[in-house]
Write a protein that binds this ligand. Structure first.
Ligand code: AHR
Length: 517
């Protein structure tokens, strides 16, 4: 048991024969930082049925005049997604953006090597910009630093952001977009540390390319921000050295370092699976340390913040994907059907991102539609997967300032982790709206958790609602024919008495408790 957890048990004693107890400690003057709404971002890759049949389906009665699926757009707006990364992912490392613009009948079909499919380019850059407007979201655009380099990235930026009177900006105008797209956030390639990546590089090669690409792009548009690729996941053998070397080359020229991580539960060990939010927490702290080490070495003034631009659960579809034939068009790839326990981990991961709001400024749930996604579609409709709900509630109500939330709770050991808190929790205070929102996951599979929180500094606050996501069956899923198997319900378990919040978090449950004046 960690020292701090020993203290926790002293502060919040419980007898084995009574309910497990925990405390959430907050102080309105102890702040982690303001939430950058972009941490509730998501991701659309030209992959599987994310675009084709997901957000775009020409000729479908479910689509609008531009071929955009209206049912999908409605669900995306429900999530209030602030930014969407596009067009990849592994796809971007072979992307010829020029193929994806101009009259559709002239766009070439190409073999797409990252996912072994045919890309017909019926949906491309300009369509995505139009779709993003309708979805009320910003764009995080990635450039190809795999098979291409700074020149093509510069041309793409000119096409997107230059006002007019030049070759590529006039091309955009001729393609029907008189006004610049004004895309502010640019990823410098994707997972360039991965041997699977087209144009995979060593850290030094990538660091130099990222530096020069960012420098040239900022010469054209000084308003943009750029994201350098970090490791593809924490277990990469180059993790640590990669981040350090890359930043050593490009520290002054970029603004963010990326992190990617997916978790699976192939061993069917739920306590260990749910403990992965601790792994995510360690990953973030590690990358922050490396960024700050390079800063110290360089006597740097600015800080590099983090863009956790791919995160989710991903493993259900692996076996099916291995059997897929090559060179199909928009096949069913990476179609994970998420169950209830996946929603718990997604809820915990969102809490983890919020707890690092001081340094994590962007994050993308990967992905948004059909491909490892909260939203699924068929020819007849769209529905919400289990993970939709923690994502939606945290995106809508997790905006404000994160309080430096101390959680005192009992802990457990799992196969891969020690001292895992049964309780993941964070408080977000929205001073303007006078609201305080507590997100909490009770990871215990056996016991409810009695939780208290001293709220005397938040005089007059009352419990407005307590929303719970739980299910008797950890493997329950939502499907097109049974879309409401796992849905949130209201709870009456929270009350405030004498300035103290007390609540009960049911075993294996995700919770949102909203307090307001
Ligand atoms: O999101 C699916 C894939 O996962 C992305 O294309 C890649 O960047 C990552 O490995």
């Amino acid at each position: 048991i960690h020292k701090e957890q020993k203290n926790a048990i002293q502060l919040a004693p419980y007898k084995e024969d009574t309910m497990k107890k925990a405390q959430i400690i907050i102080d309105k003057y102890f702040l982690t930082g303001k939430v950058d709404k972009r941490i509730f971002g998501s991701f659309i890759e030209q992959l599987g049925r994310a675009v084709y049949e997901g957000i775009y389906q020409e000729g479908s009665p479910l689509s609008d005049e531009q071929g955009f699926r209206k049912d999908t757009l409605e669900l995306v707006r429900e999530l209030q997604v602030p930014i969407v990364r596009y067009p990849g992912g592994n796809f971007v490392s072979g992307f010829k953006w020029e193929d994806s613009v101009g009259p559709k009948e002239l766009r070439p079909a190409r073999p797409e090597l990252a996912w072994g499919v045919i890309e017909n380019n019926h949906f491309g850059l300009d369509e995505f910009v139009d779709w993003a407007k309708k979805a009320d979201t910003d764009i995080m655009m990635a450039v190809n630093l795999g098979t291409r380099g700074p020149e093509e990235a510069r041309n793409l930026l000119e096409y997107c952001n230059f006002k007019g009177g030049t070759y590529y900006s006039d091309m955009r105008k001729a393609n029907g977009h008189a006004e610049p797209h004004n895309i502010k956030t640019w990823c410098l390639g994707n997972e360039m540390d991965g041997p699977w990546q087209m144009g995979h590089k060593t850290a030094y090669e990538y660091g130099r390319t990222a530096a020069e690409t960012s420098r040239i792009m900022k010469m054209l548009d000084p308003e943009i921000e750029t994201v350098a690729c970090g490791s593809s996941n924490l277990m990469m053998p180059t993790f640590g050295d990669w981040e350090y070397t890359v930043l050593d080359e490009c520290y002054d020229l970029v603004d963010y370092m990326s992190l990617h991580q997916y978790y699976g539960n192939a061993a069917d060990d739920t306590p260990d699976f749910l403990a992965n939010s601790k792994g995510m927490d360690d990953f973030i702290s590690g990358v922050v340390s490396i960024c700050d080490a390079v800063r110290a070495k360089k006597h740097g003034k600015k800080r590099i913040n983090l863009s956790f631009d791919e995160w989710n659960v991903w493993y259900h579809s692996n076996a099916a994907d291995e059997k897929l034939k090559k060179w199909g068009q928009a096949p069913h790839q990476l179609e994970d059907i998420y169950n209830f326990e996946d929603a718990l981990l997604v809820g915990s991961m969102l809490i983890t991102l919020l707890r690092h709001a001081d340094r994590v400024k962007m994050a993308c749930l990967a992905q948004l539609v059909n491909v490892i996604a909260p939203i699924m579609t068929s020819d007849t409709g769209a529905w919400r997967q289990t993970i939709f709900y923690p994502y939606m509630y945290t995106s809508i109500f997790g905006r404000g300032t994160v309080l430096n939330t101390q959680v005192l709770a009992p802990v457990y050991d799992s196969r891969n982790y020690c001292d895992v808190s049964y309780l993941d929790s964070v408080c977000v205070w929205n001073e303007e709206k006078d609201t305080l929102t507590i997100f909490a996951v009770n990871k215990s599979l056996e016991e409810d958790l009695e939780v208290s929180c001293d709220l005397r500094q938040f005089e007059g606050y009352q419990v407005k609602e307590h929303i719970v996501l739980t299910n008797d069956d950890m493997k329950a899923v939502n499907t097109e024919t049974d879309p409401e198997k796992v849905v949130p319900v209201k709870s009456a378990a929270s009350r405030i008495d004498g300035g103290k919040l007390s609540t009960v978090l049911g075993k294996h449950s995700w919770n949102m408790i909203r307090l307001a004046k």
